[in-house]
Design a protein around this ligand. Structure first.
Ligand code: B12
Length: 147
């Protein structure tokens, strides 16, 4: 099970979370997934904790733009990594694409996918599931733990 997260991006006039919808489109029929949109969650951390627990999720994909989305993504990712140390956490989107090293050095993100990510995300999940190398995946950067 894969949980895809859109941290809160706007207080009003919410947009469709295109970034994670594009990932979900490629997972469809291949892996089960759940989408959690922070724009509609009063307590995103609590919702994610419950969802990961109930679905026994192995992967968490988070889209992160600079600004408020980043400010919510940092403490939530940190907390979820503490609660679920075996959960594989993947960050993608504009912030990690530009600052992959900083994100990976944080110690709570296992993988960063830089740039257009739907194909690479699927390849990454396939590789982890098969225990295969992740080195060849386009745009994929790994933390020491992700290796
Ligand atoms: C829609 C949009 C918004 C929406 C909300 C988006 C949302 N996520 O809900 C609103 C209007 C709220 C918004 C706000 C802001 N935005 Co904005 N936004 C966009 C916009 C126009 C489109 C994003 C989009 O949906 N693209 C379509 C999807 C399919 O593409 P994508 O997001 O790039 O996703 C692909 C990859 O990035 C990657 N990917 C993305 N997420 C993930 C996650 C994982 C796990 C993986 C593996 C891969 C992955 O794979 C996806 C598919 O290929 C872009 C500009 C653009 N044309 O891209 C700016 C853009 C992302 N925004 C930007 C900025 C700066 C902001 C604000 C900080 C502006 C401000 N000053 O307030 C705020 C911050 C909001 C916040 N709370 O953090 C900048 C980022 C620049 C940068 N250098 O990082 C951009 C690039 C605009 C620009 N050119 O300046 N934004």
């Amino acid at each position: 099970m894969i949980v895809l997260v859109n941290p809160r991006s706007a207080k009003w006039k919410h947009r469709l979370p295109m970034s994670i919808l594009s990932l979900a489109a490629l997972l469809e029929g291949r892996y089960s997934y759940e989408i959690v949109d922070g724009n509609f969650e009063a307590d995103l951390e609590a919702t994610l904790t419950r969802t990961i627990h109930e679905t026994n999720a192995q992967y968490l994909g988070i889209t992160v733009m600079p600004g408020p989305q980043l400010m919510q993504a940092i403490p939530i990712t940190q907390r979820l990594k503490e609660l679920f140390p075996r959960l594989k956490i993947v960050w993608g989107g504009y912030f990690p694409s530009l600052h992959a090293n900083v994100v990976l050095q944080s110690g709570f993100v296992d993988f960063v996918i830089r740039g257009q990510g739907e194909l690479s995300f699927l390849e990454l999940i396939d590789a982890v599931e098969r225990g295969a190398s992740r080195d060849h995946i386009p745009g994929c950067r790994l933390s020491a733990k992700g290796r």
